[in-house]
Write a protein that binds this ligand. Structure first.
Ligand SMILES: Nc1ncnc2c1ncn2[C@@H]1O[C@H](COP(=O)(O)OP(=O)(O)O)[C@@H](O)[C@H]1O
Ligand SMILES: [Mg+2]
Length: 177
């Protein structure tokens, strides 16, 4: 079995972390080696020096992409729930994977902004509305949706299990699981 990187991009509260952790459990049960590189966790460990400027966001994605590729080339399925707001930075990570012959799967968690703001898992949308924070992706900072993702999931209209199933199906279709 070969490894791969599955990048879950989408707005805050779109469902990236939930899908990644649920899928990780399932793949582990199926006997695969899995790692989850969660943006929120890595910002407290790998990329503590970075902030939220465009340059820092790109650098955050670049580093996480390199780690993902290194794990994936040792047969790990690497799930990466990281916003990665800029299309160009995601394309660079795809190119890096292609250079090394490692499959890269881009999943767009396309939950509408209004639904994300309603969920507001971390209270960021409320903070922004109250004027206590600036630069929230999708609100007052850019989010560039992927023009050609391998899969788009619509979490506002389905259960977590259904979203996880559709990612699993794509991996099966690509013969990665
Ligand atoms: N189909 C679905 N897929 C993923 N999350 C969903 C889905 N439906 C509802 N949710 C809920 O949406 C929230 C998503 O939060 P989270 O995964 O932390 O988002 P993100 O990591 O993108 O910021 C969770 O409370 C989750 O239970
Ligand atoms: Mg998350």
């Amino acid at each position: 079995m070969t490894g791969c990187t599955v990048w879950l991009t989408g707005l805050p509260s779109s469902g990236k972390s939930t899908i990644a952790s649920t899928l990780a459990k399932r793949l582990t049960k199926e006997g695969r080696r899995v790692d989850v590189l969660d943006g929120d966790v890595l910002r407290r460990t790998l990329t503590t020096d970075l902030g939220y400027t465009r340059a820092d966001r790109d650098e955050n994605v670049r580093r996480i992409g390199i780690v993902a590729m290194m794990l994936a080339r040792h047969d790990v399925i690497v799930l990466v729930p990281v916003i990665a707001p800029y299309s160009g930075s995601r394309d660079k990570i795809r190119a890096l994977h292609e250079e090394h012959g490692i499959p890269f799967v881009e999943v767009y968690v396309a939950t509408p902004l209004a639904v994300c703001a309603q969920r507001d898992v971390k209270g960021l949308y409320a903070e922004q509305r109250a004027g206590r924070m600036k630069g929230l992706t999708g609100v007052d900072d850019p989010y560039e949706p992927p023009p050609q993702p391998d899969l788009t999931v619509y979490t506002q209209a389905e259960t977590v299990t259904a979203s996880v199933d559709s990612v699993h199906q794509v991996l099966r279709r690509k013969l990665l699981v």
